[in-house]
Design a protein around this ligand. Structure first.
Ligand SMILES: *[C@@H]1O[C@H](CO)[C@@H](O)[C@H](O)[C@H]1NC(C)=O
Ligand SMILES: *[C@@H]1O[C@H](CO)[C@@H](O)[C@H](O)[C@H]1NC(C)=O
Ligand SMILES: *[C@@H]1O[C@H](CO)[C@@H](O)[C@H](O)[C@H]1NC(C)=O
Ligand SMILES: *[C@@H]1O[C@H](CO)[C@@H](O)[C@H](O)[C@H]1NC(C)=O
Ligand SMILES: *[C@@H]1O[C@H](CO)[C@@H](O)[C@H](O)[C@H]1NC(C)=O
Ligand SMILES: *[C@@H]1O[C@H](CO)[C@@H](O)[C@H](O)[C@H]1NC(C)=O
Ligand SMILES: *[C@@H]1O[C@H](CO)[C@@H](O)[C@H](O)[C@H]1NC(C)=O
Length: 532
């Protein structure tokens, strides 16, 4: 556009100059042409003005205007006519806790929207970790999921979820630890409120405890496809389907807020103390008794020969619960230290997203298990890799290196934190769930049926009966999806090709090896000094 304006102005100058040097008759003829040209230029100017104004409205003001609309008002007919982008009306679906006919049993409202066309179709691609979805479901691609295949997962499941015509039914088999099942189901219900009509009919089985159960070694070609079982984490040697864990909607027992609120608080927390003003040590606080590797970590604390550069603390949840969690607010933990250690518990740990969100450098003890978002994070870009069999030495080296190279260390911390804030927005968490369930739904080779003893569940049946003013209801109120998304889900990127994935993993391995080699070289020198 800018260039066009430039060109038309150049022709104008050209005409002026020619006019001055020509004979009167010719000049009057030219004058007419000149007037026509002027009109054209004027029209062009008006056109450009309109174009740029509409551009500003659509792209600069567009987003925020739509959001404001969705929160405060119903759009009137007037604004519908001004732009085609605005939905005809924005639906709000607050909890409706009124009881029917003096009944004491909460029922599901019958007026839930069953379909909603997102008004804004985004062309943005989903984060890279979505590229794993296809792979996670690949093992059933050829055969589909038959009734027989699905039911084999039942002995390991805590509950079954059936989604039929946008309604959700639950059959609980076993009670898992704390409220894991409640908040997992709550999360799927919020997804249904977010994208009405977009989740296909399906039946799924969910395992809520820490350990995986569907190991690849147990399923060879002749045993038929493995049973599909949803779980909070995955493993390269297992078929369990990775799904976001309950803590995105809150972990009331540990006073951990739902992710929307907490991620903002963590971001604010980052700003409170400058990186350089934090203690120059690697910090970890947790329960070391859940896994041997954590026990080993605790032994990095002791050396009479040198400063191990770590600060490790035992977290006693029972006494924290008693004390009302004073001094363990997650958002304040970002400011403690320049470095924070992530180390797995029994399997994956919920703490991973909280640690990576801090702009302290994450010293990531190479995990065996993965949650859904970690698989596209890059060593030395988003975190510093620590070898599990050389933890203490690697930790001391990483911290010393960071204290010697504060600029570079801060960049790693910042990039890790930015990755989390950008790629783990709650909208993406829902988008991820949407694509997993859509992909899974396509595999259903069975009649989706509501089991005899299953009950219809909605946000109302879960939240309304909880009136004690406690943390559980608070987490639900905070994470309730109020309106269907006016923005469509991000665009699912292409799955990784075999060779592409191999080369990515190879590159990551080589980075990790390089860092390991630095540490080894450093310790060769250190050990010589120590021996003297
Ligand atoms: C808005 O449009 C609907 C039909 O599209 C019409 O019935 C209604 O009267 C209009 N309301 C106003 C305030 O113009
Ligand atoms: C809430 O539910 C009650 C009972 O089902 C119903 O009568 C009422 O219309 C509902 N209110 C809204 C705003 O949908
Ligand atoms: C609800 O129950 C109360 C007492 O149990 C009664 O007084 C009231 O009339 C009932 N209301 C309806 C709508 O049935
Ligand atoms: C995990 O869940 C499975 C299936 O419900 C159960 O058999 C197993 O005992 C559980 N393990 C633990 C440690 O709770
Ligand atoms: C580790 O060291 C810190 C600081 O010196 C100390 O407060 C903490 O109790 C130690 N932890 C263990 C498990 O020894
Ligand atoms: C950090 O700098 C000190 C002093 O220059 C040096 O002795 C030490 O080896 C360095 N450590 C690392 C890991 O770079
Ligand atoms: C449903 O519940 C009844 C009574 O509790 C029980 O007898 C029956 O076996 C259950 N059906 C299924 C399919 O679990």
């Amino acid at each position: 556009m800018g260039e066009k304006i430039h060109v038309s102005q150049a022709t104008e100058d050209h005409h002026h100059k020619r006019q001055q040097n020509l004979s009167p008759s010719l000049s009057s003829k030219l004058a007419k042409t000149w007037i026509t040209t002027k009109i054209y230029i004027f029209l062009l100017f008006i056109f450009l003005l309109c174009a740029s104004l509409s551009w500003i409205f659509t792209f600069v003001l567009g987003e925020s205007r739509f959001q404001v609309t969705s929160v405060f008002t119903r759009t009137t007919n007037k604004s519908v006519t001004t732009t085609t982008n605005i939905p005809k009306s924005i639906i709000k679906i607050p909890l409706n806790c009124t009881l029917l006919n003096n009944n004491t049993i909460q029922t599901c409202p019958s007026n839930y929207p069953t379909k909603f066309e997102p008004a804004i179709t985004t062309s943005e691609a989903c984060p890279d970790y979505f590229r794993w979805i296809h792979r996670d479901l690949e093992v059933w691609q050829k055969t589909g999921i038959t009734r027989e295949t699905l039911e084999k997962a039942k002995p390991n499941a805590h509950f079954r979820v059936v989604i039929k015509s946008g309604k959700l039914y639950v059959h609980k088999y076993k009670k898992p630890f704390q409220t894991r099942d409640v908040f997992t189901i709550w999360g799927i219900l919020q997804l249904l409120r977010m994208y009405p009509g977009q989740i296909p009919d399906l039946e799924l089985l969910f395992l809520c405890n820490d350990s995986l159960v569907i190991w690849k070694r147990d399923f060879k070609k002749d045993t038929g496809p493995p049973p599909p079982l949803f779980h909070y984490c995955g493993h390269p040697d297992a078929y369990d389907i990775v799904f976001p864990d309950w803590s995105f909607w809150g972990w009331p027992e540990l006073n951990i807020k739902e992710w929307n609120k907490l991620s903002v608080a963590l971001q604010e927390g980052n700003k409170k103390v400058k990186w350089k003003d934090r203690i120059p040590y690697a910090y970890w606080k947790g329960n070391p008794n859940v896994s041997p590797i954590r026990g080993e970590l605790m032994r990095c604390n002791v050396s009479d020969k040198y400063d191990p550069m770590v600060r490790l603390y035992f977290q006693d949840w029972r006494s924290e619960v008693k004390n009302g969690f004073r001094g363990s607010k997650l958002e304040d933990q970002c400011t403690h230290s320049r470095y924070k250690i992530y180390i797995e518990g029994k399997t994956w740990s919920v703490s991973e997203k909280y640690i990576l969100s801090c702009d302290s450098v994450t010293l990531l003890v190479e995990p065996e298990y993965h949650d859904f978002f970690i698989r596209s994070m890059v060593p030395m870009k988003h975190y510093w890799p620590i070898r599990p069999n050389n933890k203490c030495g690697d930790l001391k080296f990483a911290v010393e290196w960071g204290n010697n190279n504060t600029e570079k260390a801060q960049i790693i911390g910042k990039q890790g934190s930015e990755y989390m804030m950008k790629n783990l927005e709650m909208k993406y968490v829902y988008d991820y769930m949407l694509y997993v369930l859509q992909g899974y739904g396509k595999l259903m080779k069975l009649d989706v049926t509501v089991p005899e003893n299953a009950t219809e569940v909605c946000s109302e049946t879960i939240a309304c009966p909880i009136t004690d003013g406690g943390q559980i209801r608070q987490c639900m109120d905070d994470s309730l999806v109020m309106s269907p998304s006016i923005k469509s889900a991000c665009n699912l990127p292409k799955p990784y090709g075999d060779n592409e994935l191999k080369s990515i993993l190879k590159k990551q391995e080589s980075v990790k090896r390089k860092v390991g080699k630095w540490a080894d070289e450093y310790w060769e020198v250190q050990n010589k000094i120590l021996q003297q």
